[in-house]
Design a binder for this molecule. Structure first.
Ligand code: MIG
Length: 785
């Protein structure tokens, strides 16, 4: 490649800063009408702005320019559409209207029309328009520019190959198949136009619910404003008042939905490659796992299991007996996940999937009525219009081909949708989506394609396997994807840089409502080496999705490929993951119930700590475990920032005070891990797959804080069915106070069976009691100090 073409590629992958010049400002407020839940502003230029108060800390702003808002108010992202309006008031001031809830004061300046979100107690601005909203009647662009604080920082935006703090960055949302992406490649697979602004310890959130190509500029083009824009559709955003990020996340996930509990085995270790076939080779991989005493819960079949890449088929030579194959694996505790791409082979005589879909008019078409024929693995292919209910249902039901064969999970790839003919989408702009009768343009629906595919798949799996939790993993998505699918970060590289950027990617996803994520361990494309693979596992053993995967042309990198020395270290971490499952599963249930992510930036747990703001080479699991992995070659120590409070080195048990940087030794076999003083980690026995053994003994590792106190909850359920929604779970709380451990009577009706509970208190002797479902007070022999 010439230097010039390398430069051209770099330039292309840079998002364009938002240029506000040439855009028109919305007109002044001419009149207004109060409604039940807000007000409608009629502007001098015919524009309409509708303000809706949804909750004391949540206000929606919708605007159409030069005309009124359209009647249909629908978004595929939104789960909760009906809110009970909180107490709020409307008043008129000189030159402005004022809405006040208990938590937000919104000043609407009349001329020019600018919105100013304030704290009702202090009347200080939280976030405000820097100029009136903007639009371009020709191109359809809509935009807003907000005053940029000198000390303002930005987080979120879902899956971005960028650092955690996005200040001075510029980002685009346009679902894209970005093989081998690197830090700075933008956009990539998913679009989640939601961000959190932080200033002086206080946070607010903005969700621009517009699925057109959107742009975010956090001070890249101006030191005066942060801007967001969309290349079409309405201005439609939600303003979330914090000041706590956790509170914003709780509201955001109330609005767009939370992750349902996946089966517990989804937390197990998974193995993939492009591709394992035939069946005997796949079986050999599993046999090797068991022989090597390495944990494994799932094996992924990539595209070569299919007959000519036709989705919902099996290659009769490679997998002559799919059910027999999945049974064989299941007997060893291994579940099979099959890849399902959206491209359906076009005009393929005898391929019933194509024939049925064509006969029922289920495929996407262009405005002139011709089918949209894309080029993907099967060659010429068509895509389903998942916004048609009947088509979505048909697609979901097609998964019988897998569930009948004992397949336990579905992996949705290529759903940007990727089209080898044109990855930019430019030549697809005339593709029409039904979209509730709107027949909306491709520009609006590309970013929604994967969300609707995932919805159809999730609902289909639910119908096919009633009362079982669907397990679905997707590459692309839009806000709300967490309601249906878990995610992985696509085609990363086998490089240290890719490992390093995966941390802020997980944290950004977590701060955007997507708690179940992971990256291809070892790196997808390129050649990993032993050291990189081991260090990758030292991150991956803690992420909800923990899967080793490799490209077709990449050398094998299963855990044993580099010899015993490295394999032993990987085994150590996989075993630790399985012992930590009670802790990880409890964190996952918290994410399901509250929207708090499993993988967290320090910032989330220590929001007011300015020193934690930009840290994205460390992460926390829930509130209690801090990991500071090695992200560079040849390093055997690193500085670690520990937030204020007492911290225990997980390996040595040594306690030290945080609020400072410490240097920590980290030879290849050691990832620096710290437990927060005051935490209790529930752990279980060694296992090679979820459910191999009962959680017996259940061991609580108690790390007292400087007052000698600690607290934890443990969540358990059957790990497989939907019965947890009917109260069949068990929540146990454990408290250490004044030298006594108090064990609550568990909540919920799930019965884990007889077992022993062990309490091991740092610097004290162990105590064992039977778990008889009753509350207990257990004196600690030598109270920890
Ligand atoms: O362009 O199915 O991200 O995980 O192995 C390759 C083959 C298509 C991309 C996925 C990758 C998968 C691969 N797919």
């Amino acid at each position: 490649m010439t230097k010039l073409s390398v430069l051209a590629i770099l330039l292309c992958s840079r998002a364009a800063a938002i240029d506000l010049t040439g855009l028109r400002h919305v007109g002044d407020i001419a009149s207004f009408v109060k409604t039940d839940a807000g007000i409608v502003l009629a502007c001098a230029d015919g524009s309409e702005v509708r303000i809706v108060v949804l909750a004391p800390d949540l206000i929606r702003v919708r605007a159409a320019f030069l005309h009124k808002l359209s009647g249909r108010d629908h978004s595929w992202a939104i789960e909760k559409t009906s809110w009970t309006a909180p107490r709020w008031s409307l008043s008129e001031e000189s030159g402005a209207l004022r809405i006040a809830t208990g938590e937000i004061e919104l000043i609407m300046h009349r001329s020019p029309l600018q919105l100013d979100f304030r704290d009702p107690a202090t009347h200080r601005t939280i976030n405000a328009d820097q100029q009136p909203m903007l639009f371009d009647p020709q191109s359809g662009t809509v935009a807003a520019a907000r005053k940029l604080g000198l000390d303002e920082h930005f987080y979120g935006l879902g899956e971005k190959a960028a650092r955690l703090d996005k200040r001075r960055g510029e980002f685009t949302m346009w679902n894209s198949d970005t093989f081998g992406y690197q830090e700075g490649t933008d956009p990539i697979y998913q679009s989640v136009p939601f961000y959190i602004g932080w200033q002086h310890g206080a946070a607010y959130g903005i969700f621009l619910d517009n699925s057109y190509r959107t742009h975010f500029d956090f001070g890249a083009s101006s030191q005066e404003y942060a801007a967001f824009s969309a290349e079409g559709g309405e201005m439609d955003y939600y303003f979330f008042q914090g000041p706590s990020i956790k509170k914003i996340l709780a509201r955001y996930t109330e609005l767009t939905g939370r992750m349902p509990m996946p089966p517990m085995w989804a937390l197990g270790h998974q193995q993939s490659r492009y591709s394992y076939y035939p069946d005997t080779l796949a079986e050999e991989i599993v046999r090797r796992y068991r022989q090597e005493d390495l944990p494994l819960d799932a094996l992924h079949l990539d595209i070569h299991y299919m007959d000519g890449f036709r989705v919902f088929t099996w290659n009769p030579q490679r997998f002559p007996n799919p059910k027999g194959f999945t049974d064989k694996l299941r007997a060893q505790g291994v579940k099979v996940v099959t890849i399902v791409d959206p491209g359906i082979k076009y005009r393929d005589p005898g391929y019933t999937v194509y024939e049925q879909g064509a006969a029922q008019d289920f495929f996407l078409k262009r405005t002139d009525g011709r089918p949209y024929v894309a080029r993907v693995w099967p060659g010429d292919s068509v895509f389903v219009d998942y916004t048609k209910d009947a088509a979505a249902r048909w697609w979901g039901d097609l998964h019988r081909a897998y569930t009948d064969a004992g397949v336990a999970g579905i992996w949705n790839d290529m759903n940007e949708p990727s089209d080898f003919n044109d990855q930019t989408g430019k030549s697809q702009m005339d593709v029409v989506t039904y979209d509730g009768g709107e027949n909306s343009p491709y520009a609006k629906n590309r970013n929604l394609f994967a969300l609707n595919e995932a919805r159809a798949t999730y609902e289909g799996l639910h119908r096919l396997l009633p009362n079982q939790r669907p397990y679905l993993i997707t590459r692309a998505g839009y806000a709300g994807i967490q309601r249906y699918a878990t995610v992985w970060t696509g085609d990363n590289r086998a490089t240290w840089e890719a490992l390093a950027v995966s941390l802020p990617m997980f944290m950004g996803l977590g701060l955007s409502g997507e708690p179940f994520a992971g990256a291809d361990i070892g790196g997808f494309t390129g050649r990993t080496d032993a050291e990189l693979l081991v260090r990758w596992y030292e991150v991956g053993f803690l992420t909800p999705f923990c899967r080793n995967h490799a490209d077709m042309t990449s050398p094998d990198h299963e855990p044993w490929r580099f010899g015993k020395y490295y394999e032993d270290i990987i085994r150590k971490y996989l075993k630790l993951r399985y012992r930590l499952l009670p802790f990880l599963y409890t964190a996952l249930e918290e994410a399901h119930r509250t929207g708090m992510p499993v993988v967290r930036p320090l910032l989330l747990n220590y929001q007011e700590d300015e020193d934690a703001l930009g840290i994205d080479d460390e992460f926390m699991i829930g509130a209690d475990l801090l990991a500071a992995p090695i992200l560079k070659a040849d390093r055997t120590s690193r500085p670690v920032y520990l937030p204020k409070g007492l911290w225990f080195d997980y390996w040595t048990g040594a306690a030290q005070q945080g609020g400072r940087m410490v240097r920590v030794e980290a030879p290849l076999e050691t990832v620096p891990l710290f437990v927060r003083g005051g935490a209790i980690l529930p752990t279980g026995p060694d296992m090679n797959y979820v459910g191999e053994k009962p959680s017996d003994p259940l061991r609580f590792e108690v790390y007292p804080d400087s007052q000698g106190e600690a607290f934890a909850t443990l969540y358990e359920d059957d790990g497989l069915t939907e019965s947890y929604r009917q109260g069949q779970f068990r929540r146990t709380t454990v408290t250490l106070r004044r030298g006594v451990i108090e064990l609550s009577a568990p909540q919920g009706s799930f019965d884990p069976g007889r077992r022993t509970m062990v309490f091991s208190i740092r610097r004290a002797a162990e105590v064992r009691i039977p778990d008889d479902g009753r509350p207990h007070r257990i004196p600690v022999p030598h109270a920890a100090r």
